[in-house]
Design a protein around this ligand. Structure first.
Ligand SMILES: Cc1cc2nc3c(=O)[nH]c(=O)nc-3n(C[C@H](O)[C@H](O)[C@H](O)COP(=O)(O)OP(=O)(O)OC[C@H]3O[C@@H](n4cnc5c(N)ncnc54)[C@H](O)[C@@H]3O)c2cc1C
Length: 395
């Protein structure tokens, strides 16, 4: 059964990227009708998405701030032999705020609790037999497996916790790697939401994607105990297994999708290769899509493909660093790579997270005595060679 009138644009998946695209279209292009389809009961699932202030321009922040639930003016990192405060702001967006800002703008154009079965250039098919027709379709259904990508993983469990007494933090700890190193590069991430509450995450940069939730929860409670923070209540929990891009054939990856369907977010491999974070890319894509002169399906599909391919190709340096991190260093020594990186100038670190590392930064990052023996990594310098051997190992 075909439902309602034909929308100009149907977006499959109301997560971060799909919801931001819908939001920008409603604000910037009220002439374009949008239908956003999501399997969950609300937009965005159960996430806290954070970004560094330097990841977005002031102009972008002026609209993105509608979603920001916390903003700190500085942040810190801690390693076994080094600690640093950075005067870089840090912001968090919650999935509930995303829902509450975007849902009212969409009205009838928001379809929740809808399981998508098929995504075609001119329609989205649902499991109940309904078909939503549209002149253009954007697939924003999140990350998918592909034989064209060789990945490591950043995996974590985070708990938003209420403590018996103030924890004493007034800025995020982006990485506290003074904890025992297990399952790859391990650190604790802490976002202090109020004087008695914080999101505390145990994170590991690991070769395998299996998530040992109990071990990670134990990591969180042990860390809190070591800080002297008595837990009174776990308010909520979130978890993630994010892809870290070691190598890939982006054309092969993008060819897996129907050529007439635009792709967005993680689905389009739009994430930082070394952090797995996708918010800055999702924000940039939402702005770009809303500014397209031609909103037809073929034009949007062509644009999104070119955008994803060109960003991927420009980010080879980050994938090289990912390969070096995952292959040069023995898992329990990986922290040394980050410890050294954080001694570099603050603007370079900000450009790194923003995906704006330039050639001078690259030279600076690679210069000097490596913190770990790089012999094992030399065989991984070529992305093509690495990809071929990873593909062979998978067979
Ligand atoms: C817990 C967590 C925390 C993260 N924190 C950060 C962070 O701090 N900063 C950052 O930059 N990145 C972060 N990331 C990484 C990345 O930004 C997120 O994964 C982000 O949500 C990806 O956006 P997306 O829109 O591509 O995919 P998603 O947000 O996963 O959205 C995909 C949507 O499609 C829906 N969907 C999928 N299949 C179907 C179907 N068949 N039918 C209907 N709907 C469907 C899903 O329900 C989902 O809502 C985090 C990831 C996780 C998991």
């Amino acid at each position: 059964m075909s439902i309602s009138g034909k929308a100009d644009i149907a977006i499959a998946g109301g997560g971060l990227s799909g919801a931001l695209i819908a939001y920008r279209l409603r604000l910037e292009r009220p002439d374009v009708s949008v239908t956003l389809i999501e399997q969950g009961a609300s937009l965005g699932g159960n996430h806290t998405w954070s970004f560094h202030g330097a990841d977005v321009s002031a102009e972008t922040y002026s609209w993105l701030s509608a979603f920001v639930v916390h903003r700190w003016t500085r942040q810190s990192v801690r390693f076994p032999d080094y600690a640093r405060d950075l005067q870089t702001s840090y912001c968090s967006i919650s999935s509930s705020r995303l829902h509450h800002v975007v849902a009212p703008l969409l009205g009838d154009g928001l379809v929740l609790n809808a399981q998508i079965e098929s995504v075609e250039p001119d329609s989205v098919g649902l499991s109940n037999g309904d078909v939503i027709e549209a002149k253009a379709v954007i697939d924003a259904r999140g990350a998918k497996d592909s034989k064209h990508l060789a990945l490591g993983f950043q995996k974590f469990v985070g708990q938003e916790i209420e403590f018996d007494a103030p924890h004493g933090l007034d800025a995020p700890i982006i990485m506290d790697a003074t904890v025992p190193q297990e399952d790859g590069y391990r650190f604790i991430y802490v976002l202090p939401f109020s004087d008695r509450t914080a999101l505390v995450e145990d994170t590991r940069y690991a070769d395998g994607e299996a998530l040992d939730r109990d071990a990670l929860r134990r990591g969180v409670s042990d860390y809190c105990a070591a800080q002297g923070w008595a837990i009174s209540k776990i308010i909520r929990e979130e978890e993630g297994v994010l892809p870290i891009a070691l190598a890939g054939d982006i054309d092969g990856y993008l060819n897996e999708a129907d050529s007439g369907v635009a792709q967005a977010g993680m689905r389009a491999a739009l994430f930082h290769p070394l952090t797995g974070y996708s918010l800055p890319d999702a924000v940039a894509l939402a702005e770009l899509i809303a500014a397209q002169p031609d909103m037809s399906g073929p034009a949007l599909a062509r644009f999104s493909r070119d955008h994803a391919a060109s960003l991927w190709k420009r980010r080879g340096f980050y994938r090289l660093l990912s390969r070096m991190l995952f292959t040069a260093a023995a898992p329990e020594q990986r922290y040394k790579v980050l410890q050294r990186f954080y001694r570099l100038p603050q603007p370079l670190i900000e450009r790194f997270y923003a995906g704006a590392t330039h050639i001078g930064d690259q030279a600076r990052i690679l210069a000097g005595k490596p913190p770990v023996p790089v012999g094992r990594a030399l065989g991984c310098l070529s992305e093509d060679t690495y990809l071929k051997s990873a593909m062979t190992a998978q067979r």
